[in-house]
Design a binder for this molecule. Sequence first.
Ligand code: PLP
Length: 387
Amino acid sequence: MSEGGNLKTPSQIAQFYVPPGFIDLGLGDPQFSLLPLDLIRQAAQYRLGQNDPEFLQYGANQGDGTFRRSLAKFLSRGYGCPVEPDSLFITNGASMGLHLICTLFTRPGDTIFVEEPTYFLALRIFADHDLHLVPIRTDSNGLLIESLEEKLNESDPKFLYIIPTFQNPTGHTLSPERRKRLVSLSRQHDFLVVVDEVYHFLSYASQPPEPFAVYSEAGNIISLGSFSKILAPGLRLGWIQANAEIIHRFINSGLLDSGGGMNPFTSAIVGRLLENGTLDQNIAKLIATYRARISVMDAALRHHLPDVQYTLPRGGYFFWIRLPNQMNATELQHRAEAFQVGFRPGALFSCQGGMQDYIRLSYVFYEADELAQGVLRLRQSLDKIDY
Ligand SMILES: Cc1ncc(COP(=O)(O)O)c(C=O)c1O
């Protein structure tokens, strides 16, 4: 992300700008007060105080070895399965990982498969690479395997891009059975699966199914992770987990050969947070905060908008809401502006102009009372539409 799009503050500080008094429930950027300034300050002071300038040097192409060991320990614990430091490649975030995958594994005009709907800014990255997109249908248990099988009979994708856990925008999670079927289909038809797992650690109910990272030794699974959702997006730090052959492709790319490993400076600071357990504390705080906000937003939606449909988010950042009577979300968006409330219309997340009667709301940027106020304003905007 950034979810803010192209809007700029007058001083160009953040990627988005919200006019005073406006509540943009479409924003998927964490609230400023949730950005862990103290933790970063302490970790930076510790690392800078070590008097070792190595992290100011061009870094190892795969990412700093000490950092990868700490990250592997964190992931092994969080995933409940062993993760090897050598299976990790450090990125500047999932977006950059996705861009690099497109650069190395596709050529303009190639076909890839995406979920319908999918993360709208991934669609922008795919457009930069001139890829041909084929949508695969989804339901509340994620990707529909029958839809995938149907499309595989028609074309060979270079890869399938999927967000299996607490998806953006739907919040849905791919069931364990479908995960297994997908992995076996990908082997049978020999295509790559690019798995964006950035919301895996933001789980508010039961544990999510095993991440795809557990299949990464298979050779055709590439898992993307990021510190953007569990620490801070401005760090621009993430990772790719894959088998040795794929990691080798990344390490030997021209980009890495020229610039060295991604973000050695930030890795050194975040490494401290991995080692001293403060990252875990930060995740626990985010989970408690978002869980409480979901219940406020759910109550406000039930009260003010009983005529919409959604499933309660069990993780991640979003409510995915179906408007009544096939109402057009883009039209509603124009009306909502007059009531000083915003959201993301569903069509943004479709590569074929679908999802017109859906909207995406997020709870990460606003306090509970502002969320409730935003939902009330949505009600007022809806009342202005004849349906
Ligand atoms: C599914 C998904 N992937 C990737 C990103 C961006 O991640 P990063 O900040 O690591 O580039 C986002 C952010 O909204 C996202 O929702």
